[in-house]
Ligand binder design. Sequence first.
Ligand SMILES: [Zn+2]
Ligand SMILES: [Zn+2]
Ligand SMILES: [Zn+2]
Length: 500
Amino acid sequence: MPSGRFPAKKRALPVVPDLLTAAADRIADGTFSTLWDQIRRVNGCAHPIRLAGTIDQADTATGEIRRTFDSAALPDGTILVPCGNRRATVCPSCSYLYAGDAWQIVHAGLAGGLEIPDTIAQHPGLFVTVTAPSFGPVHSRRANHGPAQVCRPYPGRCPHGRPRGCHLVHPDDDPRIGAPICLDCYDLAGLVVWNRHAARLWKRTIDLTYRRLAFLTDRTERKTRRQVRISYIKVAEMQARGAVHFHAVLRLDDATTHRGYWAPPPAWATAELLAACWRWAVRRAEQPCPDPHRYTLPTRLVPTPTPRPPMLAARWGDQADTRPLTVDGGDLTPATVGNYLAKYVTKSVTTSGALDSRIRTPDDLTTRLLLLPDHHAELVRASWRLALRADFADLGMDRWAHQFGFNGHWITKSRTYSTTFAACRERRRTWARTHTRTGEERTPLDAWGRPEDDDQVITLAAWRYQASGYARTGDRMLADMAADQARSRREATRTGRQTA
Ligand SMILES: [Zn+2]
Ligand SMILES: [Zn+2]
Ligand SMILES: [Zn+2]
């Protein structure tokens, strides 16, 4: 279990002469200080959206209209709006905020806070991990709290004449980790089809858990669901081998729980019971799927010589983990679970960012494949090839090729788990309106200099999209610097909050 805050990517500050050049045009044309203010307001977002527009206020008593904002007065006539992307490869700054929101959401569902009562901490909770089964041997670094061991000490050769084993001890950051020992032996099609069904498999596992709860407590399933609710938040992580796995918090609530009202489950619904039912369900859950092994997909030059047995359903692998969560004591606290889950939500499918968006055309596919490690490229190809088969037509395997078949969301929560991302953003906006940059409270004023009051004025905003990204290369460099500053400030605050 990693400890401490989720990692913040430290980037070098631009060296001073670069920074001076970056700022020089802006200083020369007098737009530097307004632009710098804006860049700081969006925390140095890497790809802000640029909007042009105005804000007017109308006095409801007199009908007088005054303009309170006009982007024409700003550099390039636009205002910067943060991109809000969750991926660190796209925007380090927005992804940092996103991870912070994810942390708040996870944490509040376990310890209370925001709109959730502290009593939530007494609800039984579990931290669970479920993974995909094996689709063939891959390079790995095996180190169970000791020195790392040899990757795969097996003798002999595979039908393609390649060694079955690997006698290296891979360093931590070895790009070979996760790559198949033999790409032609590896079940690429099985893996992408498994990914495609993983989200449904999750749903089935939750349903089976309810069924088991009912069976063990001698109730009907309907009656069980009328008494308890399994609320959850889950984060999907793409492993180096290209299989998705899920980390999640499961919590038992009373079935009448809804947002704004959280009640503990009946006394019979304990964490131990939930853990037993969940483990039972994980071993048995299956999601039927069309058989990817009906087709021999040519992987590169050598065809697979031995036909694989049919794969008719997606099931979980053996590497499952279920641990009880305790609010006081124990190593699994709401804060560590929050760190753990928040860390994953900013990850990309592949570190280069080459799979950060959907692949739309065969030309696009060709370009992206060039940027990917071999086994990632083969997984993308396997998805595209399956998409051409009639029994896979409805699954949109080509649309999800950039996620190796996975079509779920990277973070999902049941409706009653906790607060929402929208609520987190709204809280941030309100804070920004009612506080100065140094954190002192201030009262927002209307166009007449009175404290803002919705009954007294009506605010009308009109925005037009202009462009995305920065207008000048130098601006982007300034943004990088602002992003670093913002990150240091937030890290200081977060550390303070966690040790408090
Ligand atoms: Zn951004
Ligand atoms: Zn190896
Ligand atoms: Zn082979």
